[in-house]
Ligand binder design. Structure first.
Ligand SMILES: [Zn+2]
Length: 194
């Protein structure tokens, strides 16, 4: 698997069974009805500069991915990213945007090469601060909100995650967090301390 010469030693870990893929309401077959189809087509064109139609129809999903990033004047960085990790990405209007890794998958391009992608749920800034913690509230996007692009090649993440969001627990969170409650607090203090 190859993305570019600065992303090496890529290994995908714990491939999902067909049952697990189905349980997550996904499909290993990429057809026009697949929720990823539009994003993959665009991603493929934009990031790999390919105008060819997508030929291959098979997706493979994984629990985590490891890779090494080489940058000029730096020691190589070994990254390991799991589903559920929260990452930061450069964003034009907000400077930094935050997202949770929802899926990790690979796709075989027309040239026979495999490429790995992340599927993200984005955190939306609310401009509301927690008065005690003085940390900002964010809302994680709802599954049906698809106005943002959600699929990115792994080259968008070139450092290990060090972002800390705390669920803004209400009385519906008990032994498990209530995922219907989409409010989170960005813990800036922890973040700055890293
Ligand atoms: Zn909670």
């Amino acid at each position: 698997m190859l993305h570019n010469s600065n992303f090496i030693d890529i290994s995908l870990n714990s491939r999902w069974s067909a049952k697990k893929v189905n349980d997550r309401k996904l499909s290993k077959k990429l057809d026009y009805k697949h929720p990823f189809f539009q994003d993959i087509s665009v991603s493929y064109r934009e990031h790999f500069n390919s105008k060819e139609a997508i030929l291959n129809r098979k997706l493979e999903f994984y629990n985590s991915i490891s890779y090494t990033v080489l940058k000029d004047g730096q020691d190589p960085i070994r990254l390991k990213i799991h589903i559920g990790d929260i990452v930061e990405l450069p964003e034009e209007s907000e400077g930094i945007a935050y997202a949770k890794v929802k899926s990790i998958f690979r796709y075989q391009a027309n040239n026979g090469q495999y490429y790995a992608f992340f599927f993200f749920d984005w955190f939306q800034a609310t401009n509301i601060m927690d008065s005690v913690l003085e940390c900002p509230f964010y809302n994680i996007q709802k599954p049906e909100e698809s106005r943002w692009f959600q699929i990115f090649p792994i080259t968008f993440i070139d450092r290990n995650p060090c972002v800390f969001f705390i669920h803004n627990c209400g009385n519906t969170c008990n032994t498990e967090h209530d995922e219907e409650n989409r409010s989170y607090i960005l813990n800036r203090y922890y973040y700055n301390a890293v």
